[in-house]
Design a protein around this ligand. Structure first.
Ligand SMILES: CCCCCCCC(=O)CC(=O)SCCNC(=O)CCNC(=O)[C@H](O)C(C)(C)COP(=O)(O)OP(=O)(O)OC[C@H]1O[C@@H](n2cnc3c(N)ncnc32)[C@H](O)[C@@H]1OP(=O)(O)O
Ligand SMILES: NC(=O)C1=CN([C@@H]2O[C@H](COP(=O)(O)OP(=O)(O)OC[C@H]3O[C@@H](n4cnc5c(N)ncnc54)[C@H](O)[C@@H]3O)[C@@H](O)[C@H]2O)C=CC1
Length: 727
């Protein structure tokens, strides 16, 4: 835990030690308090340096302890920051790695802060459903002003050292020997007055328009984190710093912390935090796991197809410093694709330079553009991202079998085609795997790693390792049409379209779901992605278009309800944003401002007339329940079929790939919050009302869980019984 040692010249160095990130557990806080007390009492000590073991200052409070009753958490960090600040001996924080949350609050209690150039600081509590409740909301505004503090506290953004220096959070940035530099500074300031360095005693510098600033911040967070309470509480706490003396501000901070703690948000966000880390720890029914199976090294990669996805994937690989060969089908596409990639890479360089990287260009892996398959012969991994067409993909994989070295892994970015069928045409089906990136691929954190029936555990291990190398969260799922994410999403979107047939307007549905917290409602999302993509896919499988048998009822496919509405929009050239009209109209083709379209209202009236559909008033509650519960119901089916091994896998996919609001934990966690019996009863009711929407029929697994007394989410898995896992 915290260790205390003298060094010469009367500076005591206290090292925080609690691997892996020196999180402030109760034990560490206690040890730190003891070490500080000793240093303060020791007359031979004239100054103190606090640093973290193994190059990491501190990642904040130990989140694993958050579920413990607060009285068992030991001394509060807040008291410790006051003890440090009021101490007559100067205290310097030597920040290496990270100073986050309580870690930064600890550093703000110190009189000086020295940071390593690669260190990052921030107050990410808002992302855990709480606020910086160890004086962060009161000390930071006093140090850097209201506007900058509001941004940091309400976004949870991590700030690199150089930016922290500009903001005034740290006093000095060094390239090496951070602790030595902190010791030097500590010695230099021995005996100097500390008044101006005690942040709690400083006035908050308020701009004249401070209330407008706070109001603006409130509007912003209400839009950005819809339905979440912690960002709003953060603003209230900063408002207290503006209007109240420090001690009163601290009281308000504590009150708001207690208020948030009594909501479900902290538990949901903390569940989401750990779930993101736990999904990396995959295990197969055979017993093979992340612990036992080593990944193969990936030194070079190739990407085939430089369209929307391919260019992002190339950029992502280059950002991870992996040299890439990028291949297209013809010179024209290669030119277009290479220009697009170069422009994405330029943007990455610019971003890095803004963050203070001096050699940004050199920190990207080289990209070589080609039309020649021979250039792929030495790469360690290939990621195919050509059109979603099985025949084309099979052609390419046949070719890769011949060209690539036998040890090369072959990945497909298909969003839902059968991995086994693709693998079956290769000479190495065990080395074929789905790596389903999300758009834009160089930004989105999620990678759905899809295991086919032939895929070896080494291939899984390598693909999961690749996710980590790319800074992404890899989630292992089984092979089924559309895998996990899109399989659930399809039903959610379909339900929204049914609700439009029944009388809702697209914008009402979008608003209801955005108010719930989803980043984008289903109609805005369809318009953004392009309605033609789904149309092409439905045409290919004969749900619409020339392959549809003559005489098929317009609103029925087999025994299931079907809505031809999206097909008709496409037939009219309404593809969404790209064509300037879809479910909404836009200012121009490619425009982003979605505006309700009177044309659509007329069209819908006629459509309902033709199909003899009676409209009715549909409440927000019904919109949310039908759209979300059908998605959740499918989640239970996915678990039952062994396509995902744990509810947290589905939650991580939705939180990181589909803009699900993390403050509800993810769809499966949300179901547990609502209560499984409630979800079941509602599904039963909606299914009874709509017997031709077969996916509203409650899944057997959901029924089983309710019949077993609704166990907590972490026990669901044990109720699956002997299912045949697809993992
Ligand atoms: C005592 C009562 C207090 C009352 C309230 C006072 C107010 C507070 O004081 C509130 C807080 O600080 S809340 C905590 C704020 N800090 C954070 O959110 C930092 C979260 N961590 C990160 O960003 C990355 O892990 C980080 C950037 C640090 C490292 O990223 P990496 O990608 O290198 O590694 P990860 O895989 O993310 O993490 C490595 C292992 O460390 C675990 N971990 C990370 N942060 C933790 C934390 N703060 N507490 C506990 N465990 C933590 C992480 O789970 C992972 O563990 P394993 O999966 O087991 O290896
Ligand atoms: N667009 C999206 O949001 C997502 C798409 N996907 C999947 O990623 C794959 C690619 O999708 P997009 O990038 O959207 O398509 P796209 O149409 O934007 O790009 C496909 C690219 O592949 C190239 N290509 C076609 N045949 C080729 C060949 N024989 N050799 C080399 N290049 C060839 C085309 O010239 C084009 O540049 C599809 O399987 C799609 O289902 C997956 C996740 C999200």
């Amino acid at each position: 835990m915290a260790t205390f040692r003298h060094i010469c010249d009367s500076v005591a160095v206290i090292t925080l030690s609690n691997p892996p990130v020196n999180a402030l557990s109760s034990a560490l806080i206690q040890a730190l308090q003891k070490a500080l007390g000793e240093a303060i009492r020791d007359s031979a000590v004239e100054a103190i340096v606090i640093c973290g073991d193994k190059g990491k200052f501190c990642a904040g409070a130990d989140i694993r302890e958050f579920n413990k009753p607060s009285q068992k958490r030991g001394p509060h960090l807040l008291l410790l920051t006051d003890l440090i600040e009021s101490n007559k001996k100067p205290v310097v924080a030597a920040i290496e790695g990270v100073a986050l949350g309580g870690g930064l609050e600890l550093a703000l209690g110190c009189h000086y802060r020295v940071a390593h150039v690669q260190a990052r600081v921030g107050l990410p509590e808002v992302l855990l459903g709480i606020l910086p409740a160890a004086s962060g909301t009161q000390r930071l505004p006093r140090l850097i002003g209201i506007a900058a503090a509001l941004t940091l506290i309400t976004t949870g953004k991590y700030v690199p050292a150089r930016e922290a220096l500009k903001l005034g959070i740290v006093d000095k940035v060094v390239g090496e020997n951070t602790v030595d530099e902190a010791i030097r500074l500590a010695k230099k300031v021995i005996g100097q007055p500390l008044g101006s360095r005690q942040l709690s005693t400083l006035p908050v510098q308020c701009p004249p328009n401070v209330e407008a600033l706070l109001a603006e911040a409130m509007v912003k967070v209400k839009k950005q984190f819809r339905g979440a309470q912690s960002p709003q509480a953060c603003i209230e706490a900063v408002r207290a710093a503006v209007h109240l003396p420090y001690t009163e501000g601290i009281k308000k901070e504590q009150e708001l912390y207690q208020f948030l703690n009594a909501t479900h948000e902290p538990r949901a966000q903390q569940y989401a935090f750990f779930a993101e880390r736990e999904v990396a720890k995959w295990t197969l029914p055979s017993g093979a796991s992340w612990k036992t199976v080593s990944p193969q090294p990936i030194h070079t990669a190739a990407v085939i197809g430089l369209g929307t996805m391919g260019r992002g994937i190339v950029t992502s690989l280059a950002k991870a410093k992996i040299p890439v060969v990028a291949l297209e089908q013809d010179k024209r596409q290669l030119d277009i694709g290479s220009k697009a990639v170069m422009s994405l890479l330029d943007r990455e360089i610019l971003k890095m330079e803004q963050l203070g990287h001096t050699e940004a260009t050199n920190s990207l892996g080289p990209v070589r553009f080609t039309l020649d398959y021979d250039e792929l012969k030495d790469v360690d991994i290939v990621i195919e991202a050509v059109f979603e067409n099985m025949a084309l993909k099979k052609d390419i994989f046949r070719r890769l079998s011949v060209v690539c070295k036998p040890e090369a892994f072959l990945c497909t970015n298909t969003s839902g085609l059968n991995i086994d069928e693709i693998a079956s045409v290769t000479n190495r089906p065990q080395m074929v795997i789905g790596t389903h990136f999300f758009s834009p691929a160089h930004i989105m954190k999620l990678l759905e790693v899809v295991r086919g029936c032939y895929t070896s555990s080494t291939t899984i291990s390598t693909a999961m390792r690749l996710a980590k190398m790319l800074g992404k969260i890899g989630v292992l799922v089984g092979n089924c049409p559309s895998f996990v994410g899109n399989r659930l999403m399809r039903l959610y979107v379909e339900q929204a379209v049914f609700l439009v047939e029944e009388g809702s307007k697209p914008e009402e549905i979008d608003l209801a779901l955005e108010d719930f917290g989803l980043a984008m409602g289903p109609f805005r999302m369809m318009d953004l992605a392009g309605l033609d993509i789904g149309w092409k896919a439905r045409t290919e499988i004969g749900l619409t278009g020339p392959k549809l048998p003559i005489g098929t009822p317009a609103r029925q496919r087999g025994s299931k309800r079907y809505s031809p509405l999206p097909d008709i929009l496409c037939e009219q050239g309404r593809f969404g944003q790209k064509s300037g009209q879809g479910w909404y109209k836009y200012e121009k083709s490619g425009g982003r401002n979605a505006m309700p379209d009177p044309w659509l209202y007329n069209f819908l009236s006629e459509y309902r007339c033709i199909h003899n559909l009676k409209t009715r008033n549909i409440t927000q509650e019904e919109v949310i329940e039908r759209c979300l519960y059908i998605l959740i119901n499918q989640g239970f089916k996915v678990l039952e079929e062994g396509i995902a091994s744990d509810p947290k896998d589905i939650d991580v996919i939705y939180n990181n790939g589909y803009g699900w609001p993390k403050h509800t934990g993810g769809p499966m966690y949300y179901a547990s919050l609502v209560g499984l019996p409630v979800v079941l009863t509602k599904l039963e009711k909606y299914y009874e009302d709509n017997p031709d929407i077969l996916d509203l029929k409650p899944s057997n697994f959901l029924k089983k869980l309710v019949a077993s007394g609704t166990p907590p989410l972490k026990e669901w898995r044990s109720h699956l019984g002997s299912q045949s896992s697809k993992l």
